[in-house]
Design a protein. Structure first.
Lengths: 395, 153
């Protein structure tokens, strides 16, 4: 099946909307509540909302970070101070009814049942999610007679994903929830590298996604970076791409109250042939040392602007991200034309091509650091090969 | 005898490496020398630079040498030293000579990257295993930033 591309929108969500409108880089948008006030969200054009998915971001229910405080159904706001037991007894139903009514009134494409982030592999994960969110939402759905398809948001930690019994229990739970159309799946890797470099994590996520799809569930894969290319093999319904790093990898610490101010990253440009973002400060080395190095950088209207000598590179410049959306969406659209083994062959060729390009750079005397090199690619290749083996696509 | 800390390496390098000669700076002219220079690409353990006098028509060409110091981790050192080539015309990895064998065995990688490799002893003796060619920095905006740092020092 072909899949759709959604933008995981956060801060500067207007750039996502512009990119979709101007460059057709996506089919819709997932809007994080933290980054947009409730009133402003409701004021978005109806055609945008009709294709949108709302991310309630209840991950830490006691911390209404950013614009979360403007949503009266956010647990800490609804309960006037969140504690698990009081919320379950007194506010969960009220919050669920209000959150559901809001999503329904906005005409969003799906309605999302929120989730609470739980670290590690807690024994009470399913019971907690059922008690705080799933039960109250299903109840509210039946009372409000909402017919919009329901997605359950699930945040998987690395431990959950890598424990076969635990992930099997989660699959049983999810597929057993009546009235659910699918899952808005978010996976948190333990390692905070800019690219996903853990082959086992990626393989498990591929397997988990594929299992949900085999159960005829819609699967929306949220908070993805370039690994969407590899995850496409699990036949997800929607893959996402984002602007700043906090929309391209889920990290619970970014939702914590006490997160200290961090220095902005140096500007990096997405290079589609490398399946990697490469720091602007390396571009000169690539242009000078790699034969035909300039052509490695994808040519488009944003690249033309950025490579003018007067362009002031900074990580807050929209051109960097609009360039990324244009090039990655082009790659993903191409992938979505293939299915099954053909898709695997195509993605494998892409990854092998990227590995070969990094090898050429190394032979040309270009020494990239771990945030800019091709060290993620061998892990991706291992994961997709293992997945293809399971699927019988590979001898 | 080997070094216990990178700081010892830095101090020994400052005392014994002929920075003025390598920068071709005439005696008596000011040479910029600073440890842990920030605001560029990476933080070089030591940076030395010299701005030769030029005619009005010619833009001054800064001569600069960046150093990364490592007790033994040559791979990480090479990556860091290569970053410094974005703003410096020459970059070296200085490694404790008593632990330099693995780095020297990979001298070809240093040559390919045009990064210098120096083995430094605790008594100040040093050996240049790979001598790099001076080359214009890769990132003109960072070269300009370094020029400003040197000017304002």
């Amino acid at each position: 099946m072909s899949f759709e591309i959604y933008h995981q929108a956060g801060f500067r969500y207007q750039w996502n909307l512009q990119s979709i409108a101007d460059d057709s880089t996506g089919d819709g948008v997932i809007i994080g509540a933290r980054s947009i006030e409730k009133k402003k969200l409701a004021a978005l054009p109806s055609e945008v909302r009709a294709k949108a998915i709302f991310d309630p971001q209840f991950f830490i229910p006691s911390v209404p970070k950013g614009k979360l405080a403007t949503y009266d159904f956010f647990p800490d706001v609804a309960a006037d101070g969140f504690t698990s037991s009081d919320y379950a007894n007194e506010s969960a139903g009220i919050s669920a009814a209000a959150c559901l009514a809001f999503q329904s009134a906005q005409g969003f494409r799906f309605i999302v049942i929120p989730t609470r982030y739980m670290a590690g592999m807690p024994g009470n994960y399913i019971a907690t999610q059922d008690e705080l969110f799933v039960g109250p939402f299903l109840q509210a759905c039946s009372e409000q007679r909402v017919e919009t398809p329901l997605l359950l948001q699930v945040v998987l930690t690395e431990n959950m994903l890598k424990d076969s019994d635990y992930s099997a229990d989660l699959l049983n739970w999810i597929t057993g929830i009546r009235g659910l159309s699918g899952v808005y799946l978010v996976a948190e890797a333990a390692s905070a590298t800019k690219q996903l470099k853990d082959a086992d994590f990626l393989y498990r996520l591929l397997t988990f996604t594929a299992a949900l799809r085999q159960n005829d569930m819609v699967v929306v894969l949220g908070y993805l970076n370039t690994e969407s290319v590899a995850l496409s093999l699990a036949d997800p319904s929607i893959v996402t791409m984002g602007l700043y790093e906090n929309t391209r990898a889920f990290r619970i610490r970014t939702f914590e109250d006490n997160q200290s101010e961090q220095r902005g990253p140096s500007p990096r440009l997405y290079v589609s042939q490398c399946l990697q973002w490469i720091d602007r400060n390396y571009h000169g080395a690539i242009e000078r040392r790699l034969p035909g190095g300039r052509s490695l950088f994808d040519q488009n209207k944003y690249q033309a602007l950025m490579f003018q000598p007067t362009f002031k590179w900074h990580f807050t410049k929209p051109e960097l991200y609009k360039h990324h959306f244009l090039e990655l969406s082009r790659q993903l659209r191409r992938i979505s034309e293939y299915q099954g083994k053909e898709r695997y062959d195509h993605v494998k060729t892409m990854i092998e091509g990227a590995i070969a390009t990094f090898r050429q750079m190394e032979e040309a005397g270009i020494v990239l650091d771990k945030d800019n090199d091709g060290s993620h690619l061998s892990a991706w290749l291992t994961a997709i090969n293992e997945f293809a083996q399971d699927k019988g696509w590979r001898n | 005898m080997h070094f216990s800390t990178e700081q010892e390496l830095v101090e020994t390098a400052i005392r014994h490496l002929p920075l003025r000669r390598w920068l071709r700076a005439p005696d008596g002219t000011p040479v910029f020398q600073q440890t842990e220079v920030r605001g560029l690409f990476g933080i070089p353990d030591l940076l030395a630079a010299f701005a030769p006098a030029t005619s009005r028509r010619n833009k001054p060409q800064l001569r600069s040498i960046a150093f990364e110091m490592k007790l033994s981790d040559w791979r990480r050192g090479l990556v860091q030293a290569f970053r410094y080539r974005s703003f410096a015309s020459t970059s070296f990895l200085v490694i404790d000579d008593s632990r330099s064998k693995p780095a020297v065995a990979n001298a070809e990688r240093f040559k390919r990257a045009n990064i210098g490799l120096i083995g430094l002893n605790a008594d100040g003796r040093f050996h240049i295993y790979v001598r790099p060619q001076r080359e214009a920095p890769f990132a003109p905006h960072l070269e300009n930033a370094l020029t400003e740092i040197v000017k304002s020092s």
